[in-house]
Ligand binder design. Structure first.
Ligand SMILES: NC(=O)c1ccc[n+]([C@@H]2O[C@H](COP(=O)([O-])OP(=O)(O)OC[C@H]3O[C@@H](n4cnc5c(N)ncnc54)[C@H](OP(=O)(O)O)[C@@H]3O)[C@@H](O)[C@H]2O)c1
Length: 283
């Protein structure tokens, strides 16, 4: 990813200095016009803006260690994936070392960097986002600033990935189910698409239900929906397909029904999800 980011800056004619822990991996970037720094300190000193993208938060910490925590006057945009608290810790560390910190999370793959399909979300020091908007635009596509809390970009990133991984697993589970009777995933795909269309509209209703703490069961209710989930679990079991996913969803529904919410809509499950993390039930 570091290579893609530096390549996009070079393609946009920004003078670019690169550093990588293992020497020799920047040869292609050097050929494309990058200067290769001899150390993290050399790289940070070379530009008014430093973009960091390494494996994980401890790797960012290791790079900061190499700088002896001297970041006076430096501006760091850290695009390394993390949990929110890691970003907040890094933001505090950079600030206490005299630098400015903007956190960013890359929502696309390397090939989309620098193209119209790029998408990066940012949070932290808004002056960094504003002062370097033109430079960061070189990374392509949409760039959203979410707020002053450096942890927000990670929070949105992981919440979006939550939907992505669960959605992928749901499709794979359905593909496994239809596959038992010889239906290919491709054959089933248009029908999966219909569900995704419904899901998009349903998410609007769920969002309102969650924000307003209102869970009317006039169009759907948990009593009926847990029965549908019973059928999915039963079919999975008799088809020798793993039941973990539908059984977990059914368990959430059953818990809400057992708490007296069988007549409520599916959005009531938010209370079960929150209760498990100690958040109080909504109205
Ligand atoms: N690849 C993607 O499509 C993608 C998409 C979104 C977000 N991201 C995020 O981007 C970040 C980088 O991902 P990647 O795909 O570039 O991973 P990668 O190909 O595994 O590269 C990891 C990089 O981190 C460096 N590194 C590891 N440990 C280090 C340490 N202790 N000190 C200094 N440098 C260290 C490695 O240096 P060496 O060359 O010396 O090993 C290498 O340059 C991750 O946080 C990832 O989640 C990636």
């Amino acid at each position: 990813m570091g290579r893609a980011l530096a390549g996009a800056f070079l393609a946009a004619n920004h003078p670019t200095t690169v550093w990588n822990r293992t020497p020799g991996r920047s040869a292609a970037l050097e050929s494309a016009g990058a200067r290769v720094a001899s150390s993290p300190a050399d790289a940070v000193a070379a530009s008014s803006l430093t973009v960091a993208c390494v494996l994980d938060p401890p790797s960012v910490g290791a790079v900061l260690d190499a700088l002896d925590d001297d970041l006076s006057g430096a501006t760091i945009v850290n695009l390394t994936t993390s949990v929110p608290d890691d970003a907040r810790v890094l933001a505090a560390r950079v600030a206490s070392s005299g630098g400015r910190y903007l956190d960013g999370k890359i929502m696309v793959t390397t090939s989309m960097i620098g193209t119209d399909d790029g998408f990066i979300i940012y949070s932290g020091d808004s002056t960094v986002f504003d002062d370097h908007a033109d430079t960061l635009r070189a990374l392509g596509g949409d760039a959203d600033f979410l707020g002053a809390d450096a942890g927000l970009a990670s929070l949105y990133d992981l919440a979006m990935l939550d939907i992505f991984f669960n959605g992928m697993t749901a499709f794979l589970h359905a593909a496994a189910l239809v596959g038992v009777d010889g239906v290919t995933a491709r054959t089933f795909l248009p029908y999966a698409d219909r569900v995704v269309d419904v899901l998009r509209a349903t998410m609007v209703e769920l969002a309102d239900a969650v924000d307003l703490s209102l869970h009317p069961g006039d169009e759907d209710n948990l009593e009926m929906e847990t029965k549908a989930l019973d059928h999915i679990v039963e079919l999975s079991a008799t088809s020798q397909i793993d039941t973990t996913l539908p059984a977990a969803v059914r368990e959430l529904g059953r818990t809400a029904v057992a708490a007296g919410h069988g007549g409520d809509g599916f959005s009531r499950v938010i209370d079960i999800l929150r209760r498990r993390t100690g958040v109080e039930e909504t109205g």
